[in-house]
Design a protein around this ligand. Sequence first.
Ligand code: AHR
Length: 549
Amino acid sequence: MDLRLPHESELNVLRCLCMRKQRTLFRVGARHVSFILTAIVLATPVAAQKIELSVDVSKSGAKIDRNIFGQFAEHLGHGIYDGIWVGPDSTIPNTRGIRNDVVAALKAIKVPNVRWPGGCFADEYHWRNGVGPQRAVTLNPNWGGVIEPNAFGTHEFMDFLDQIGAEAYVSVNVGAGTPREAAEWLEYMTTAQPTTLAKERGASGHPGPYKVGYLGIGNESWDCGGNMTPDYYLSQLKIYSRFVRNYNPAQQDKEQMLRIAVGPGGGEPRWTEWTDTIMKAYQQHTWSWDMNGLSMHSYTVGHWPPSYKSVGFGDAEYSQILKFTLDMEDLIHKHSAIMDKYDPEKKVALVVDEWGAWYAPLPGSNPGFLVQQNSVRDAILAALNLNIFARHADRVRMANIAQMINVLQSMIMTDKEKMVLTPTYYVFKMYVPFQDATFVPVSFDAGTYTSGDASLPRIDAIAAKDTTGKLWLEITNVDPNQPADVEVNLAGISAKSVSGQTLTAPKVDSVNTFDIPNSVVPKPISAKVQAGKILLKLEPKSVNVISFE
Ligand code: AHR
């Protein structure tokens, strides 16, 4: 994978009409129709129109980098401790302290990279506390002020990555650390030379160098990472970029470590100014510093502090949250435009390394642990965001959902020996064929789903050719009540058969629990080929992935 070298950029030209174009299916005006008639019409479900969708396989766009399916694991609540790490003496089945059930589940979704150790935690993390036989016991002031045992440190993280088959995205401490501390950490992890730090690494069980694919230089340095101005951060970026080196001999040529700078956290002027400052400097950068990615954080929260419930809500909250999540499109558009100004060749990736739903903490949980449920709404939300990233694949070449286990919009929830896979997990599983696939434009008129003040595209869709040339199509039916009849017209291939999976459940807030873990799981989809067209009936509020033979 190469964050720096995009494929052709014209791919998105034929991008679907859905995000910006919205069409109301029926209108009942009180001025023109009597009250009684209005009431009857509103009470009668109106058959939704068939949606026609066209895919021309001869046209193709950018590679959908597998790194957009990246994960984020912070020392926060039960994200690491209990979620990944139980320790070698635990009765929970583990390999060198790392849960076997969690590893097996993550392997199945082919996690490309994991961002660690934070988040806000990263800017107060001192790596030396997490290596060697005697670990310092410290505090986690950001997240509940709890004890941080440092039992899960560099070696445990790398072992975990090895077990799940993912690459390391390490965020170094710019806020409360020093360039020297970060430089020594990288030397510890990556040098093959017999330095004192390398010998120490060997004594801890890993004589060979580790691979560090991605280096995050700070986290939200405009806020929890030190409240820096764009110019102040830029000075730090140059220093860390210069001195925090990767020495791994295998990473000096093709697999060079990619440096990711702190970027914006929204669309307001302070964020556009931030992006402008960093990208302008990048355009003028000299040999002595470089960057390959600009981070962007955007949560679907509604309003701060997070107050939307993660379970026990209805159609109104379903639609409002999904409406908020579609802001990701404008945000990417806005910051990509600034990046294009200074980097028209798209060498610098936009790295959405914190995204997902952020709801009110579950009642009874520690508010500092960011525990929330994960419902059908989150499955739809995940699909909509992944589709936005795919449509911007020429610039968005990496993303990390927040967070992997037990925190915010997680893949997995654990409780002691129990584990449950969330609806979001299943979306990531269904999207595996899109990893490193080539974007294929899809055109359709999405129609509109309206609930209260929120109007949303009724459907969303992306298509891509995988590395074997097989065509995959994802269609999300956003409407929580109406099925969608979809007719797919394929140009460039003639499909003989179609198969796929659908993910939905009876209610907008259906969840998987430890007791009932299979309420929201993928099932085979009903689809047929007729006169060269593909006919599908999509369940309300469903994520659907199909492929063609
Ligand atoms: O994901 C939780 C927190 O959200 C992260 O620590 C921080 O970077 C962001 O504000």
